[in-house]
Design a protein around this ligand. Sequence first.
Ligand SMILES: [Cu+2]
Length: 407
Amino acid sequence: MVTARRTLAGMAGCVIALALFLFVPTGSASAHGELAQEPFLRQDTVAFLDVQFSTDRVEQGEALTITGKFKILETWPRELRQPDTAYLSMTVPGPVFVVTHREVGGQVMPMSFHVEKGRVYDFEITIVGRIPGTYHVHPALYIEGVSALLGPGKWVTVSPSPEGFTFPVKLVDGTTIPDLQSYKSWFILGFSGLTFLLGMAWMVYWTVPKPTVTRLAVTNLIPSADWGSDFGLITRRDVRNVGIIAALAVLLIAAGWVYSAISYPNTIPLQVIRYDAPAEPSPPTLVEVKPLQARYERASQRLTLMTEVTNVSDSPVQLRRLAMANREFVLGTPQEEWQLPLEVIPDAIINPGETKELTISIAGHFLEDERLIPIGQPRQAVASTLVFEGEGGIVNYESQRWGLTVE
Ligand SMILES: [Cu+2]
């Protein structure tokens, strides 16, 4: 009686939870969790630099290209799995774009590739508008064992086109699939449905007529080598019946394999070999950077990075920009929606042979709103990449981590 009541209460709970989940209205999400990642995960891992979007407005079926560089930072935390295999993509809320082309270091890179800490890579990614709407689009680097690490985001509008969106694909044998979105949908659904039915039959067979779940306490006591035939748990008939289900599953897989081998003789085997992505050549060293201290003042919402910079080249060097998580801080007027102004005291130019103590500062409520400052986090530090420019267009990307004091 008690068990029955408990079961009923449990079921009622489930029904209420499901109803709440399905019917209680929620606000629409305007971002996609880029700020949910821990500050160190965004600051210490990958820096996106010189990112450019070819446009912020496309029609359905029109292409948009994102170019730029990413650097695998020397500040990569030891607590994370070390960077080795990466995959270039982008992040948007759902399949609202399709990626049609990817390049890393000037090479077409549709698959995963190897990266190295400290190196800078050029990238290019082409996406085509699919579903009308306005979306926050980020280039993203997926690192195996870590997560998606996002670059700066830009709002892009996809406007409806009278023809709608189609995704034709040309095959090796010269034929064209008119629209990949609906290609053999019913066949795929039907085949998946059959495998689903077999799986359900297996599950229901073992749970509904058998006391495996309803009398878990008893079945748990039976040793694993014992069939429990005395309790009616597994009988010879059961073995025969589930043998039939297993045989049907093998038959289905074999039939699918034969069908695809006959209908599609020209297939590309699964690609397993990965390449090192071609990195940019290492530039001559212009500066030596020593992070001294970072201080964040909560009242004025100002972050200052005390940094000692020595110019080891024979011409003046200028600190131009600073990349931190999905933001970029620039001297002068920001041009892009992810850029914000940067202040450098006394100034950003370091003469040859000079050692200068720079006070780099950034201010604004976004520092806390976007969780760039790790308040109440198990790591009191900030990391960023400083961009120094010397004569003849030589650029050094200096990634550093500063110990942080919050006041
Ligand atoms: Cu975003």
